[in-house]
Every structure is written in structure tokens, then in C-alpha cells.
Design a protein around this ligand. Structure first.
Ligand code: ADP
Length: 708
């Protein structure tokens, strides 16, 4: 909220209330409140002023006769008052018509006893109806007109009033001046008594008591005596601020006003400049409070209003200045309300904008209607947007779970926020950020990690808040790649060499005239090479089929001992020709579940290798041993042994021990391993250079419990 805007709001609210006050529109609100303040009990009470009212009341009428009183009786009353020690007399009675000569003379004489002020009334033609000249005429005349406010309440009296070219002082002012002639008041000024001596509390005596001389000592002594009518049915009665339920007799109002004048208890209204400054200040204060609190809060507002009320009371009591409290408080309130209206308008516009953007973002179709203005419609729109968000979120979840790749999202603290189904499956547990990241870092943009027999490519990306991890199962991909390389190797290395020899031999046959013997030798070479090629391709394809699981071996229960013994018979015959022996021994049961042909290949392969690498005249031992759980086939030779650095790679395809002589395909042991694994077993080798090697194939025994 800019301070310029606040200033404008404060000026608008303060200015509006000042204007209303000037136009008088606030009076119906301000006046009752300032009346109320006048009624507040004041410390010190009504200060003592030497005045007393002598009232022609119901008792006087009853004892001395009905109104109007004959002049002789009035003369008697005035005379008694002076005789009783009155300092001066203010007579609020009409004395403008001559009556009987005796009565008029009696009053003239009574009035000569001391200072007296006499009320003049207004004539029908607007001029003054002055007391008779013999009573003092214009010299003693004063006006007894109180100013009646718009609400019928008397709050002021004009210090002087001009009628028909003659200005008369107010009765209260003229009476007060009989005690203190120095009192100065601007002519035409409006006197606003503070009514601290309330009209209804003015000390009083009944005219009946005065006429009868029935007075306490000093009742009138040295006092200013106001004489007037208070009997029921009197017309000279007005409502005053201090007593609003019943009108008070005019004479008492004049007496009360005189007390205010004597005590310096006249009120001054706050001038227009003061009102406008107060309104603007309070309106500004409302803005400041609102900005501090950030919202409209009642307690500070109430505190301000209470402080204002206190200030108004103290201004009234100490400076006698009347502050239009309602106007000023209204400026404060209006300023606060304007601010609220503006803020809520702004908030509404901003909400509209946000809603519209949100709706645009979420909308499936082009273009969105503007946010509705009614609260119900806006609520419906919000609900609709929420439903769309939930739909979107569910769709996202479904999509993520349908992905084959694992997706993990961590928050800034590394806690997983989102783990899709694939991530749970691939990782097995909620993936830990640092764990995953360690792998990802190992290989720049994405590392490969073995987990649960699978190979996962892991990438971690930093997000604005947290990290995003992707896990891709690359087992099959890498396997395929591996196979492709092997196939390439087969064609580019393993097949090329024998094919080149065959082609070479073929060329020799074409080009040269060969003898029968040479022809025979070449044909033998060609046949040997082709057979080796055929063997290699066949083995390779078999391996492929085994590795890819495409081979449907016929698994049945068989005795590995029997099978090995059988194969030994065949191999031993050929070995004997080279002066080699192949022994056989069996220990324990050797029944396994397997494919006879494949297992025969294992036996042939291992036995063939052992014999091939064993010098003439030595023995190779074939052993089969079983313990009911496992069955082992061992081939033990006394050959040259295998260098330690070759052992780890021995069972790889195409691997040949360097310097072991040409001829082999490097596929035999790979085949052995593939078959062993196909049967749920394994193969291993122990070898010592110069001492020989043992190849051990280990298979699960038939009927043995599954893996413990
Ligand atoms: P190949 O058909 O070339 O013999 P294999 O996979 O059967 O291929 O054997 C791989 C390598 O292991 C060969 O290079 C061979 O030298 C070596 N090898 C196999 N068996 C033995 C053994 N019993 N003693 C020494 N070396 C052996």
C-alpha cells in the first residue's frame, strides 16, 4: 500500500467529515454527545456562586393567587427581596403595561431599593416591548431570549440581541454585571453556558416564603436574586443539555447562565480549522494503524476512540472547548472503512487475476472465461480447479507408475517425496539420495550400478528444490551389446582366419599342378579347417541358445557317475592310442536333474582339455563325488598348469591362454560354464604351474533341498 494512496484516503475521509460538519449534517450526532459530556459528574461539583432564584411556583400561586399577579404583589416580592439583603434583582416578568396606579407606584418604589434588571419581550412587529419607563425602561431592560437549537434544546444565549434598532443585553449577562461590572463580552457573541450549576439545582426559594418573610437568615443576603415563574403551565420553559427529560423554567436557565458567566464557565466550540485538522489527523492515524497491524483490528481502534473521548472531556473541562467528538471519530472510522474497501477491492482483483491464470494453466480447452464476480461462483471455480489439480496429480502418478524407468524425487533435505513403482522394484527400498548420487557421480552424467542381479543406469539431476533421480534397467541392453560384440568378434577374428586358409588352399588347388599325395594333404587341411569352423559356429550358436534361454534341454533325473563312466569308455580308447590313460572313480550318490546330452558335452570337453594339455604317457583322473546335496565332477591332470593371471578369464568366450598353441576356439570352457549354470550349478578351476589343474563342476543333487 503506497503512502500516497493512504494519504489520499485520509484526506478523503477527513475532508468529507469536515464538510459534513460545516454543513451542519453532523449536529444531530455531535450535540447529544456533547450534552452527555456536560452531564458527566465533575470533580468539585458546582462552584459556589452568590445567586438564588425566587420562584413564583405552585405554592406561591396557591397561597397568593393565580397568575398574572397584580403589580402590588410583585412590588411586595421585590421589596421583600431587597429588605432580605438581595444585592440585585433580575426580574423575569413582563412589566410593559401600566396597571393600577397604586400598584405601579409601589413597584417603582420597590425597584428603587437596589440594582434591578427587568426582562423585555418581543413585540409582534419584531421590536422590543420594554418595561415601563417608570420602572427603568431601556436602562434596566435585558432580553430573556434563549437560543433554541435545531433539536429544541437550549444551549446558548446571545450576549446582546438587536431588535428594532435597539440592542439589549442578555438578562443573565446584565444580572452578572450587577455583581461584577467589569465582565467583558463581545456584543453579539453567543454565550454557551457550561451549565455547571445546573438549572434544576439553582438554589431557590418560593415567592410565597419570601412574601411571608419565611426565610432562613442569609437566604438572600448579598445574593443576586432571579425572580420568575415556575408554576405548572408556565410557557417560559425550555429543555437544557443537563436535563433532557423535562423542560426547565426560563428564569432558572438565566440564573444558571449567570453563574457560568460569573465563574468564567462559558464554552467555546472548536473552530472549523481545528475540526478539519482533527479529522485529517485521525483519518491519517487510522491509515497508520491499519498499515502497522496489516488488517483491521478492533482493540487499537477502540483504544483510539477511548483516548479521543478522554481528550474531548479534558478539553471541555480544562479549556472549555467543545470538540465535535462524533465527527472526529467518524473521520477515523470512515478512513478505516475506506481503506478496508480499497484493500478488499485490490485483493479481489488480485485473486481474480490469480484464479484466471490458474484456470488458464489447468484448462484443457482454449481460452477461459474471467473469474466470476459472485462469491458462490468463485468458490465453484476454486473447487473445479482443485478437482482438476487432483485429476492431474492422479494422472501423473499413473503415468509415473506405468514407466519402466524408476523415477525418484527427493526434497532439499534428501527425503524421498516421490518414488514410482519402477524405482521401488529396481532399488528394492526407498532409494537414498547420497547412495544413488555416489553412483551417478562415479560416471559423470550417469553411472551403472549392479543391484539385485541387474544393472541400473543411474542419473541424478539437481532441481530448484531437491533432486530428481532416474533409474534405468540396462541389464538386457548391456547383455545384447555384449553378445553383439562377441558375434562381431566371431566373424571378424575367429571365422576369418580359417576361412582365409581354406581360400588359400583352394587357390593352391587352382594354380598348381599337384601330386596325388599333395592333393590328399591339402584336402585334409581344408577338411580340418572346415570342421573346426563348423564346430566353432555350432558351439557358438549352442552357447547363444543356452545363454538366451532358447534351448529347451530335456531335464530328467540321471546318474552323473554312470554318464561320466560311459563317456570315459569312449574317450579313453582314443587316449590310449596316444599312450594316455583316463581313470575314473566315484564316491557317494551322483544323481542329478539334467540334460544327458549337455552334461556329456561337459564331460567330453573337460576330459578332452585335460588330455590335450597333458604330456604323453601321463594319466588324467576323472572323479565323481556326491553327498546327497551336491554332486561334483572333477578332472585332474598333471599338465603344465594355467598361469594365475589367466584363471579369472578362463571361462570367457574366445579366451585362450596366451602361448598355449593354436587350434582351440576358446569356446569350450565357456560352454562348460554355460551348461553348469543352466543346471543351477557352477564351474571352477584350481591350477598350479608345472603341477597340473583341476576343473570342478558342481551341480545340485537330485532331490536335494533348494538353496538353503
Ligand atoms: P580351446 O577349445 O581353445 O581349448 P577352451 O575354452 O577349452 O578352448 O580352453 C580355453 C583355454 O584354456 C585354452 O587356451 C587352453 O590353453 C586352456 N586350458 C584348458 N584346459 C586346460 C588344462 N587342462 N590345462 C591347461 N590349460 C588348459
Amino acid at each position: 500500500m503506497g503512502s500516497l494512496r493512504q494519504l489520499a484516503l485520509a484526506a478523503a475521509a477527513g475532508g468529507a467529515l469536515t464538510l459534513l460538519w460545516i454543513l451542519g449534517a453532523m449536529r444531530p450526532f455531535d450535540l447529544p454527545l456533547s450534552d452527555l459530556l456536560l452531564r458527566l459528574p465533575r470533580p468539585g461539583g458546582a462552584a459556589e456562586v452568590p445567586l438564588v432564584a425566587v420562584l413564583i411556583d405552585d405554592r406561591a400561586v396557591e397561597e397568593l393567587g393565580a397568575l398574572p399577579w397584580p403589580r402590588a404583589l410583585v412590588a411586595r416580592l421585590v421589596e421583600r427581596a431587597f429588605v432580605s439583603g438581595a444585592r440585585a434583582v433580575a426580574l423575569d416578568l413582563i412589566l410593559s403595561e401600566p396597571e393600577d396606579e397604586a400598584g405601579d407606584r409601589a413597584l417603582e418604589q420597590a425597584l428603587a431599593l437596589g440594582p434591578a434588571i427587568l426582562a423585555a419581550t418581543l413585540r409582534d412587529d419584531g421590536g422590543w416591548l420594554l418595561p415601563l419607563d417608570r420602572f427603568g425602561g431601556a436602562r434596566r431592560a435585558a432580553h430573556a431570549e434563549a437560543e433554541i437549537g435545531p433539536d429544541g434544546v437550549v444551549r446558548a444565549i446571545f450576549a446582546t440581541k438587536q431588535r428594532g434598532g435597539r440592542a439589549l443585553p442578555a438578562l443573565a449577562l446584565a444580572a452578572a454585571r450587577t455583581l461584577r461590572p467589569e465582565i467583558a463580552v463581545a456584543p453579539g457573541a453567543l454565550l454557551r453556558p457550561d451549565f455547571r450549576l445546573r438549572p434544576e439545582r439553582v438554589p431557590r426559594r418560593s415567592a410565597a416564603a419570601v412574601v411571608a418573610g419565611d426565610l432562613g437568615t442569609g437566604d438572600l443576603e448579598g445574593r443576586l436574586v432571579f425572580i420568575g415563574i415556575a408554576a405548572a403551565g408556565g410557557t417560559d420553559q425550555f429543555v437544557v443539555p443537563t436535563r433532557r427529560d423535562r423542560p426547565s423554567p426560563g428564569v432558572l436557565i438565566q440564573a444558571s447562565a449567570a453563574a457560568s458567566i460569573l465563574r468564567g464557565g462559558l464554552l467555546r466550540p472548536l473552530p472549523a480549522a481545528g475540526v478539519s485538522v482533527a479529522c485529517l489527523l485521525l483519518a491519517w492515524l487510522a491509515q497508520v494503524l491499519r498499515s502497522r497491524a496489516g488488517s483491521l483490528r478492533l482493540p487499537p481502534m477502540l483504544a483510539v476512540v477511548a483516548a479521543l473521548a478522554l481528550a474531548a472531556v479534558s478539553a471541555l473541562w480544562s479549556l472549555r472547548v467543545q470538540v465535535p467528538l462524533v465527527t472526529v471519530v467518524a473521520a477515523f472510522g470512515l478512513s478505516a472503512l475506506l481503506r478496508e474497501a480499497l484493500e478488499s477491492g485490490l485483493a479481489r482483483r488480485r485473486t481474480d487475476e490469480l484464479l484466471r491464470r490458474l484456470a488458464d494453466e489447468l484448462s484443457e480447452d482454449e481460452g477461459t472465461a474471467p473469474a466470476p464476480h459472485a462469491t458462490g461462483g468463485r468458490l465453484r471455480l476454486v473447487q473445479e480447479l482443485q478437482a482438476r489439480l487432483i485429476r492431474d496429480r492422479n494422472l501423473r502418478r499413473t503415468l509415473l507408475d506405468a514407466l519402466e524407468d524408476g523415477v525418484v524425487r527427493w526434497d532439499t533435505a534428501g527425503e524421498p517425496l516421490l518414488v514410482n513403482a519402477a524405482a521401488r522394484r529396481l532399488w528394492g527400498e526407498p532409494p537414498d539420495l547420497s547412495d544413488v548420487r555416489a553412483d551417478a557421480r562415479a560416471d559423470g552424467e550417469g553411472g551403472v550400478r549392479r543391484r539385485g542381479g541387474r544393472e541400473l543406469r543411474v542419473t541424478v539431476q539437481r532441481l530448484e528444490s531437491g533432486h530428481l533421480g532416474l533409474l534405468r534397467d540396462v541389464t538386457a541392453e548391456r547383455e545384447l551389446e555384449h553378445r553383439r560384440r562377441e558375434m562381431q568378434r566371431l566373424v571378424s577374428h575367429e571365422l576369418k582366419t580359417p576361412l582365409a586358409s581354406i581360400a588359400g588352399f583352394g587357390g593352391m588347388l587352382q594354380r598348381y599342378q599337384l601330386s596325388e599325395e599333395e592333393l590328399h594333404r591339402l584336402a585334409g587341411l581344408i577338411r580340418g579347417e572346415s570342421e573346426r569352423l563348423l564346430e566353432m559356429v555350432t558351439t557358438f550358436l549352442d552357447l547363444e541358445r543356452l545363454a538366451s534361454g532358447r534351448i529347451e534341454g530335456e531335464k530328467g533325473e540321471l546318474d552323473l557317475g554312470g554318464l561320466a563312466a560311459e563317456r570315459r569308455e569312449l574317450i579313453a580308447a582314443a587316449a590310449a592310442e596316444r599312450g594316455q590313460t583316463l581313470t575314473f572313480a566315484q564316491q557317494g550318490p551322483a544323481r542329478v536333474i539334467g540334460d544327458r546330452q549337455l552334461l556329456a558335452r561337459v564331460v567330453d570337453n573337460l576330459a578332452g582339455n585335460a588330455l590335450k594339455h597333458t604330456p604323453q604317457g601321463t594319466a588324467v583322473a576323472m572323479e565323481v563325488a556326491g553327498d546327497g546335496q551336491r554332486v561334483e565332477l572333477r578332472l585332474r591332470d598333471r599338465g603344465p598348469g594355467i598361469p594365475a593371471e589367466s584363471l579369472p578369464r578362463l571361462f570367457e568366450r574366445f579366451y585362450r591362454v596366451p602361448g598355449s598353441g593354436a587350434g582351440g576356439s576358446g569356446l569350450g570352457l565357456a560352454m562348460v560354464r554355460e551348461i553348469a549354470e543352466w543346471h543351477g550349478g557352477c564351474v571352477r578351476v584350481e591350477s598350479e604351474m608345472g603341477a597340473g589343474s583341476v576343473f570342478i563342476v558342481e551341480l545340485p543333487a537330485a532331490g536335494a533341498a533348494e538353496d538353503p
